[in-house]
Design a protein around this ligand. Structure first.
Ligand code: HEC
Ligand code: HEC
Length: 386
């Protein structure tokens, strides 16, 4: 009996532990079922010459997130009155700008700033907007949605709308889990990270696939050179700020922001000062990428120039002096500076200005502006049902 008693206790223990194991297996299975397992983005590459890039640990590039982000980017439901999407002001055929001097959103009021191109956002200054006031694409994404003049949407209302949608609950479930403001922002940021422009004529030239014309080549050399009269080196000085292959500002701290002489002291917009509170940053703006620049007129933070000719005239002979004007612009001159009459001018000739413009045209990337995977999924109806 005793041994039998022991035997049944042993049996009960065995049964209990079996139940425990099964319970754990069931719970684990359930969690695995509700916990999404998104697929890492396949075939994602970036040109070696662009240098390293960083994706936040808590928002990896996955196929599901890109698909969701693309749909959100083009969806007018994201605005309060369902009339405006991100793509209203960021159109693919204009390299994700809108062709207006300053953008207009749901309120019909003209915004303070010119729309910015959304190419190669993983590189360049890691501060977004002309005045650098946000530090991540995730943080950026919720700004226009809530801005009363841009999309005027309440985030809780938006979440309710997306919950009631046929497709979004499934898309969110497989990308992130639940529908939340944070996950809306993550998905938009992920889609934006995939907007890589690296197949312009200039890229093809860098890969050794073609030669530039003589004029484009002269423009490239001028773009890349800081002038030095002592050694007869002529230059347009552009590379000093529009750095290397990306032609956007440097990414350390706020090094990618500068004052390129658009206004006199009295007329300066606060610019970066709005973000840092430093008087010395007054009038400094984000150095934007020049990739696809021939498609993204009008130019500058307020869209004041309509043509690249006007931009070149500005750098060559239109610089306005103010306290924070970049010293790189002040001292760049292709003629010996006359101590008595220091007028800020690059002193490029007409042929050289035209050559720089010809080089800027080589930065146009036709595949970027026609690529299916960046296009409006509602147009093509290419989105599979969730
Ligand atoms: C009404 C027009 C409008 C809408 C709608 C809009 N944007 Fe923009 N976007 C702009 C303007 C204008 C700027 C520059 C604003 C500034 O500097 O203050 C900008 C800047 C940006 C930038 C910063 C780029 C950089 O290099 O710093 C990103 C990223 C961006 N928008 C993404 C989005 C996303 C995502 C949406 C949708 C959720 C969106 N935008 C909706 C007009 C718009
Ligand atoms: C001292 C730094 C600096 C130098 C040198 C410089 N730029 Fe810029 N560039 C900027 C900044 C900053 C902006 C944005 C200014 C603003 O909007 O307030 C800008 C804007 C531009 C724009 C308009 C971009 C857009 O999206 O609207 C073009 C085009 C441009 N630069 C071309 C050039 C060319 C060509 C050269 C050489 C001749 C050059 N830049 C030299 C800093 C510089």
């Amino acid at each position: 009996m005793e041994s039998g008693g022991f035997g049944s206790i042993n049996k009960s223990i065995a049964m209990l532990s079996l139940c425990g194991v099964m319970l754990i297996a069931i719970i684990y299975g359930f969690v695995a079922y509700i916990e999404p397992k998104p697929t890492p983005l396949q075939g994602f590459t970036a040109p070696f010459v662009f240098g390293k890039f960083r994706v936040p640990d808590d928002n990896p590039l996955t196929q599901e997130a890109v698909q969701l982000g693309r749909r959100l980017f083009y969806d007018k439901q994201l605005s309060g009155d369902n009339t405006v999407s991100c793509s209203t002001c960021h159109l693919q055929h204009l390299a994700f700008t809108d062709g207006k001097a300053r953008s207009v959103g749901v309120s019909g009021k003209t915004l303070d700033f010119n729309s910015m191109s959304l190419a190669n956002l993983m590189w360049g200054p890691r501060h977004f907007f002309w005045n650098g006031r946000v530090d991540s694409l995730e943080e950026q994404a919720l700004a226009p949605i809530q801005d009363p003049n841009e999309m005027a949407q309440n985030l809780d209302d938006l979440i309710d709308e997306l919950e009631a949608d046929d497709v979004y609950p499934g898309l969110f479930r497989s990308a992130y889990g639940k529908i939340s403001a944070e996950n809306i922002a993550r998905a938009l940021a992920t889609f934006e990270r995939t907007l890589i422009s690296a197949d312009s004529k200039y890229d093809q030239y860098l890969r050794g696939e073609l030669k530039l014309s003589a004029e484009e080549e002269l423009g490239r050399k001028l773009f890349m050179a800081h002038p030095d009269v002592k050694v007869s080196l002529r230059g347009g000085n552009c590379i000093d700020c529009h750095s290397q292959f990306l032609t956007s500002g440097f990414n350390a701290q706020f090094d990618g922001f500068s004052n390129n002489g658009l206004d006199t002291e009295a007329l300066l917009n606060p610019g970066l000062q709005f973000t840092t509170g430093q008087v010395t940053d007054r009038g400094k703006f984000k150095v934007p990428t020049l990739r696809n620049i021939a498609l993204t007129a009008p130019y500058m933070h307020d869209g004041r120039f309509t043509t690249l000719e006007q931009v070149l005239d500005h750098y060559n002979e239109g610089i306005r002096v103010s306290d924070s004007l970049s010293p790189l612009i002040m001292e760049a001159d292709n003629q010996p500076q006359d101590a008595v009459n220091i007028r800020i001018s690059l002193n490029l000739n007409e042929e050289e200005k035209r050559a720089i413009i010809a080089f800027l045209h080589t930065l146009t990337d036709h595949s970027f502006i026609t690529e299916d995977k960046f296009s409006n999924p509602f147009d093509a109806d290419t989105m599979p049902d969730a």
